[in-house]
Design a protein around this ligand. Structure first.
Ligand code: NDP
Length: 439
């Protein structure tokens, strides 16, 4: 902390992992002997670069671009790109660090990386988005490759942005490489990649509930966000008999006791790029709370009564007070769709009170796992059907769940999937690092 202050989110992620690794380090001194923790905390490579582009008024704009290549012990660096004004070195670093363990947990050959820019896509024209993506790739292309580093999407980066970046990469290197995942299914993308994180998260919740002799049937759910992860979490919840009753965006929270009208959410967010409050134009029985009117100590969405909570928007969106409200309202399980959405205090409280807790590293790993399936399809020049990918996704989510559960039991913390996921992911990476020598 002394040598690198101001990395709040990164330290938060490290603290959460290190605390749960204590029993493993005690049992296995080899990890200390090989200075694995010290080596893992230091990224293999961290890139920062200028992104210069021209807006619709002809004005030159400058943004900061980032790519962190954190750990390649298990395979090429893999992790998304985030375009959001809040992106900074600490956020990219925490996301990259978490990604190492998440990718290891999938059991697939992928290392950990992450990247992005402090670019705000809101209110930008299609031409501006394209020029930004091209400028971003004009620097990034020299650092990535299908066997080196394979970025994907994240907040603010979807199929359109991946398309523009891919086009620029191809123009520069003159090769049709599987260098990005999340591509359109029309040209190299995998079936179900768009849905995978949300669907995977619900498959994970299904396993958690099954082990508690329960099901998703008729469960009332709070799902924060209304982007990629939130929308497909809600879609799968409906498919499996549950009922999402609230969702949100960065401007406010929507509550609809009758059940969120998902087609309308897709129309507002995916087609019109609109705001959630537009939902009230057709549903006057729904309630909308603007973010200015949120409770001072937390987020509105966690103040509603529900059986299950799926934080699917962004980091630190569910704090201790939010967790307390969920508990008072009888929540049964909290499953993280976003990365690090719960603060460490919120997680401690939920675990203390025996609420089922699905940690992000495990619960939202379906997205990156399907990205790896996209890489596999690209390198073998094949295409799998939606059904085939879905079967593989289900299988991967089940393995991740079992792995986290078994590891938690091995370390006398049954049901603590956060501890189980951290240890299982860490062990896989650490053993590979030891086997590869001091590099
Ligand atoms: P999107 O950009 O598609 O959606 C993000 C959603 O969260 C939007 O509804 C956005 O609101 C809302 N949001 C963003 N920032 C804030 C904020 N500060 N306060 C309140 N709401 C906010 O991103 P994704 O759905 O892809 O990503 C969501 C989370 O899931 C992130 O943590 C991401 O890292 C994680 N994740 C994503 C994966 C993927 O495959 N996409 C894979 C694994 C994890 P608005 O519409 O107003 O911007």
């Amino acid at each position: 902390r002394k040598s690198s202050p101001a990395q709040t989110e990164f330290y938060q992620a490290v603290e959460e992992i290190l605390e749960s690794l204590a029993p493993l380090l005690e049992k296995n001194p080899k990890y200390r002997q090989h200075s694995i923790i010290e080596r893992m905390l230091e990224p293999e490579r961290q890139l920062m670069f200028r992104v210069t582009w021209v807006d619709d008024d002809g004005k030159v704009q400058v943004n900061k671009g980032y790519r962190i290549e954190f750990n390649s012990a298990l395979g090429p660096y893999k992790g998304g790109l985030r375009f959001h004004p809040s992106v900074n070195a600490s956020i990219v670093k925490f996301l990259g660090f978490e990604q190492i363990f998440k990718n290891a947990l999938t059991g697939l050959p992928i290392g950990g990386g992450k990247g992005g820019a402090n670019f705000d896509p809101k209110g930008k024209s299609d031409g501006e988005i394209m020029r930004f993506c091209q400028a971003f790739m004009t620097e990034l292309y020299r650092h990535i490759g299908p066997n080196t580093d394979v970025p994907a999407g994240d907040i603010g980066v979807g199929t359109r942005e991946i398309g523009y970046m891919f086009g620029q990469y191809k123009r520069i290197v003159n090769r049709f490489d599987g260098v990005l995942t999340g591509k359109s299914t029309l040209w190299g993308g995998s079936a179900l990649r768009v849905e995978a994180t949300g669907y995977g998260c619900v498959y994970f919740a299904q396993h958690m509930l099954e082990d508690a002799d329960d099901t998703l049937e008729d469960k009332k759910c709070l799902v924060s966000g209304s982007g990629n992860v939130a929308i497909y979490t809600m879609e799968k919840l409906y498919e499996l008999g549950a009922k999402p009753i609230a969702c949100s965006d960065s401007s406010g929270t929507l509550y609809h006791q009758a059940g969120i009208d998902l087609d309308l959410i897709k129309e507002i967010k995916q087609v019109r790029s609109g705001r959630l409050r537009e939902y009230l134009e057709t549903h006057d029985d729904a309630e909308y709370t603007a973010s200015d009117d949120y409770p001072e100590d937390g987020q509105q969405i966690w103040r509603y009564s529900a059986d299950l909570a799926f934080p699917c928007a962004t980091q630190n969106e569910l704090n201790e007070q939010d967790a307390q409200c969920l508990l008072e309202n009888g929540v049964k399980a909290v499953i993280e769709g976003a990365n690090m959405p719960c603060t460490n205090k919120a997680i401690d409280l939920l675990l203390e009170q025996q609420v089922l807790f699905g940690p992000a590293k495990a619960a939202n790993a379906g997205g990156v796992a399907t990205s790896q399936l996209e890489m596999a399809q690209n390198s073998s020049m094949t295409r799998w059907s939606r059904e085939e990918v879905d079967e593989k996704l289900k299988d991967i989510m089940q393995r991740i769940y079992q792995d986290a559960k078994r590891t938690a039991e091995e370390f006398d913390a049954p049901k603590n999937l956060a501890l189980g996921a951290n240890i299982a992911g860490f062990r896989r990476v650490a053993d590979a690092m030891i086997a590869q020598g001091v590099v």
